[in-house]
Design a protein around this ligand. Structure first.
Ligand code: MN
Ligand code: MN
Length: 317
């Protein structure tokens, strides 16, 4: 027999089309102990306001990430050499139709990961999953955030429920686990039926870079501004793939035209090196709307970029 967890077996050395598809072909771990960076799937899309499907994101990102190689082509950094990176599987839900219980399950899972000393990097799921992740991360001290998205995700309750994918960062600020003054939102655009999310972001002190300002500033100036806003404190990266133009990421719930290109996104992420990064996520990949499979590949590649940042941040401590 050939168990995938056989001691000494390294799935990254196997042909990339073989074996059970873990994130980036990392070993599957059943516990965060001795793991530096935990890759985690959160297959939940009960918080979407329109097109669903992000619950299938982790599985498709795992599959597409079998294309991920180890050495970054610009920095020549190998995150797998610097850190013990493992796939911790998916968060399991005790009641998947109850958003409040799902949020509690996610928070409990991430609290255990953080208590073990691991840095979490997650694949959603819709963006509502970032709220309980931030509750775990910010439990002792509020974190700052670089948030790439077409949407501010600071809206109030929708259909009588606050646990939807347009609200995670309002909830996180209200709970004191996200520092709005150390938060930058990048790529915001698209018409809205009302404006309270944009207003909440502004009034709470977030730096909001709408897409038009992004284009006017250029990527280098956006990087400089993001670094200024988050400073030296602990910082989370949350990447909603709808921040990208739907030309690059059509497989998502709420696409908005006129967005960031993939090469701009890669440059932006690479510009965040050296910050005090404590975790990240890539959310809103919806495979049922991803006809070519390219959105899952984009999601997997963005995860690799963020992994390199998180591994370098740990390595420097
Ligand atoms: Mn979002
Ligand atoms: Mn969005």
């Amino acid at each position: 027999m050939n168990p995938p967890d056989k001691p000494g077996f390294d799935p990254q050395t196997a042909p990339r089309f073989t074996e059970i598809p873990t994130f980036m072909r990392c070993p599957l771990a059943s516990s965060p102990d001795d793991v530096d960076i935990a890759l985690i799937g959160v297959p939940y899309d009960g918080g979407v306001t329109n097109r669903p499907g992000a619950r299938h994101g982790p599985r498709e990102i795992r599959n597409s990430s079998s294309l991920t190689r180890t050495i970054h082509h610009v920095s020549r950094f190998n995150p797998f050499d610097a850190c013990h990176v493992a796939d911790l599987g998916d968060v399991r839900f005790s009641a998947m139709y109850d958003p409040e219980t799902v949020a509690r399950d996610i928070e409990t899972f991430y609290t255990a990961v953080l208590n073990a000393g691991a840095t979490p990097l997650s694949a959603g799921g819709d963006h509502s999953i970032s709220y309980p992740i931030l509750r775990a991360l910010g439990r002792n001290e509020p974190v700052g955030m670089v948030h790439i998205d077409a949407h501010a995700d600071t809206w109030g309750p929708f259909q009588g429920c606050k646990f939807h994918h347009g609200a995670p960062f309002r909830l996180a600020v209200e709970d004191g686990v996200l520092d709005p003054v150390r938060t930058v939102q990048i790529g915001i655009r698209g018409a809205q039926p009302f404006t309270d999310g944009w207003e909440f972001s502004k009034q709470s002190g977030m730096r909001v870079i709408f897409m038009e300002e992004f284009t006017e500033m250029g990527v280098s100036a956006v990087i400089e501004e993001a670094r200024r806003v988050v400073g030296d404190g602990p910082t989370y990266i949350s990447f909603d793939v709808d921040g990208l133009d739907p030309v690059y990421a059509p497989g998502t719930g709420t696409p908005e035209i006129g967005g960031i290109t993939t090469i701009e996104a890669q440059a932006l992420l690479r510009g965040l090196g050296g910050l005090n990064l404590v975790g990240g996520d890539v959310v809103e990949v919806s495979p049922p709307f991803d006809q070519s499979g390219n959105t899952a590949l984009v999601g997997a590649t963005l995860m690799f970029e963020i992994l390199c940042l998180l591994a370098a941040a740990r390595d420097s401590k």
